[in-house]
Design a protein. Structure first.
Length: 275
């Protein structure tokens, strides 16, 4: 089911992007209804729409049929949050979110791999942790920027979904305090933009917690854009780190994100575990 969902989401995104004539800073789509091409639980779909409706970064939404599929388009602006997010010295990437539907797919895959907890590192507005919460994973949202954490707290209250926003530098956070058993860590940041430093720190901290690396997984956001890869084309730019830390790639999925909206390629997410 996930593979078909991914294929149909990419298809809708590419058609929508080619025909989009609006002028909003960001835009994304969520299927309006459950259908054969989007066989998502009806309550989960309602939660995803509710996240967008209650999220202050979106200022408009409207219905649009895209290749026969009824969709809701959400338009927004993240300029203020983007500017604020780059002020932190240890921030690995400015606030540029994945699509809400992409976040759902990523977490659904993690759940199918058997993870029971989710830790989103550099979580932005908390959409990945939110999806973890509605899919019944114990979720934690680590974000260094206090304005984004305030945004997450607003969303938690308005959606009545507590995905545990934590305002902290992920490089300094004590992950043993979460009492994790079988977690998946999502790393927010491309390897080429400092994400490798962040990921190395997280891996080192995982290795310090007794037996945790036996059951932990790490998901990296990569890129297939050659100008961003600087010659490293493997695993979205993460090959060197994966090899260095003795990780094993168990799956890769490419999904729409805000930063690939105007591109023909999507963003690859690489699922790994410790060997």
């Amino acid at each position: 089911m996930v593979q078909e969902l991914v294929k149909n989401l990419i298809h809708v995104k590419q058609i929508f992007a080619k025909g989009y004539d609006g002028n909003s800073h960001i835009q994304e789509v969520i299927p309006t209804n459950v259908s054969e091409k989007f066989p998502v639980d009806v309550n989960i779909l309602k939660y995803l729409h509710n996240f967008a409706v209650k999220n202050p970064i979106y200022h408009n939404h409207y219905e649009q049929e895209i290749d026969g599929i009824s969709c809701t388009v959400y338009e927004g602006d993240i300029n203020d949050y983007w500017l604020n997010s780059i002020k932190h010295g240890s921030s690995c990437q400015p606030f540029y979110p994945t699509w809400i539907m992409s976040a759902f797919v990523m977490v659904q895959m993690a759940k199918q791999f058997g993870y029971s907890e989710l830790v989103d590192i550099g979580s932005g507005d908390g959409r990945i942790a939110f999806c973890g919460n509605i899919l019944e994973l114990n979720s934690y949202s680590i974000e260094i920027d206090e304005v984004l954490v305030e945004l997450q707290n607003t969303i938690c209250k308005s959606t009545k979904q507590n995905f545990n926003p934590i305002c902290h530098d992920a490089l300094e956070f004590d992950y043993s305090s979460l009492n994790l058993k079988k977690p998946v860590f999502f790393i927010g940041g491309l390897a080429q933009m400092g994400g490798d430093v962040l990921a190395t720190s997280i891996i080192d901290k995982i290795n310090l917690i007794i037996n945790l690396n036996n059951d932990a997984g790490i998901v990296f956001a990569g890129t297939d854009t050659k100008r961003q890869l600087s010659g490293n084309l493997g695993n979205g730019g993460w090959s060197s780190l994966i090899e260095k830390h003795n990780l094993k790639v168990i799956d890769t999925v490419s999904l729409p994100t805000i930063w690939t909206f105007d591109q023909d390629v999507e963003t690859p997410y690489i699922y790994t575990e410790f060997k």
